[in-house]
Design a protein around this ligand. Sequence first.
Ligand SMILES: Cc1cc2nc3c(=O)[nH]c(=O)nc-3n(C[C@H](O)[C@H](O)[C@H](O)COP(=O)(O)OP(=O)(O)OC[C@H]3O[C@@H](n4cnc5c(N)ncnc54)[C@H](O)[C@@H]3O)c2cc1C
Length: 477
Amino acid sequence: MSKKKLAIIGNGMGTCRLLDELAARGAAFQYEITVFGEEQGGAYNRIMLGKVLAGAAPDEIVTKPPEWYDRHNVRLNDRTRVVKLDTLRKLIETEDGQTRAYDVVVLATGSQPVVPALGGMNDENGELKQGIFVYRTVGDCLRMRERARAGDSAIVVGGGLLGLEAAKVLADRGLHVTVVQVKKTLMNAQLDEIGGEMLAREIERAGIFVRTGRTVEAVYAEERVKGVFMDDGSTRPADLVVLACGVRPRIDVAKASGLPVNRGIIVNDLLATEVPSVYAFGECAEHAGKTYGIVAPVWEQAAVLADVLTGGSASARYRGSKLYTRLKVAGIEVSSIGAIEPERENDEVLQLVEDRRNSYRKLVMRDGRLVGAILAGNTSAAGTLVQYFDRGDPLPDDPLELLCQAAPAADPATRMVCNCNKVTEGQICEAVAQGADSVEAIGDATKAGTGCGSCRAELGQILSRSPKRALPMVAAS
Ligand SMILES: Cc1cc2nc3c(=O)[nH]c(=O)nc-3n(C[C@H](O)[C@H](O)[C@H](O)COP(=O)(O)OP(=O)(O)OC[C@H]3O[C@@H](n4cnc5c(N)ncnc54)[C@H](O)[C@@H]3O)c2cc1C
């Protein structure tokens, strides 16, 4: 039986996982798989871009080198931008004017940085002037680090995760860095005002200036950027301006192809678009009115889509993801789970603020169950809280015990350790019992720690306290 042609547009973190999921289901017997990616080379861990900005070689964050594609009979067309699908004739049109046939196509085009319309920012071709950057790809990092010199000054527009990460790396490289955040708090999607203020203090302690509730109105640039005009009338010199103002799903190909789009490409529980044989997943997709901006939901979707494409499980459905993030921002651990503020009149809130220890813990509860939490500085209760949040288990009579760790999770074996890959302590202990003797080996066996990496220290702790596999007895000769 001849194989169907499966084309995947985009070669980012979602595609990387989809290819693994497809390989695990033996999809190569069903499909000839071709990947089109506009970036150069194999897929990489975008979450680790900070390392490249800090000076690491791009290869260090590659998760699928080109040989992987060869070994798995996947054809990789890198540096190839797809512009449109002809869904009637089932053709893919690329930027260089070529067309390729497909039977089934998956859009995994991710997101693009939001570029605010600041005055003076673009040259006559509409390109960003020299010294103005976004932060999304290896190419962005290489260009930014080439430009960034110790002693230069940088303005980072946006105080979310990406802005703070870029600010920290640039400050570590010896630049004078100011973060300008239009909202009152830093990381306002993950933190409330108290958490945001605590984070701002820590960021300032790292030598970075923070201006919240302010914005940049225009850039002053001749050929290169020279400074910015703030909305309070002040000016600031700047050799670099980094735009970290959020992302929006990349729907250009879908739009050009006449697929139904909203904020993202609209898909159902099978990750199928309304047009037969066209699927979408990852940050470009919109499911049940929601788009996602972190990797865990993208990887959940990849597993479902692999089942759908291979017929691996007839009941495979994507029902949406519960959101929690665990991050390390400028050296500070932050966990944010579900609602960060009470949403209903009867929601209860418990807050524990320890200014001297730079620790802030908050629970949002509804009818005795956890609907949200913030942990900043001290995130040791994160795994337990995620478990209560995920399962909707009733909280103990005194929920404070959860924060103080007096009441451990009902079942440590099911306590979530790696949020990105949804790996529990039980699965990690099992991998150790089977012989995994390093954090890398645990990652190979379970995938834990291979996403954002913020759980790697905890993996080390679990490893050191887990009983190891007994070595086989060697008879004395
Ligand atoms: C600096 C940074 C830090 C991050 N930190 C975290 C974190 O700590 N935790 C977390 O969970 N998430 C984090 N994220 C988000 C995470 O990287 C994304 O959730 C994830 O990459 C989404 O995967 P994706 O495949 O949907 O999109 P992407 O990884 O963006 O991949 C999409 C790919 O498609 C390509 N493409 C787009 N259009 C076309 C076209 N027309 N033709 C060909 N190719 C095309 C793009 O070039 C890109 O390579 C971070 C992101 C960045 C940028």
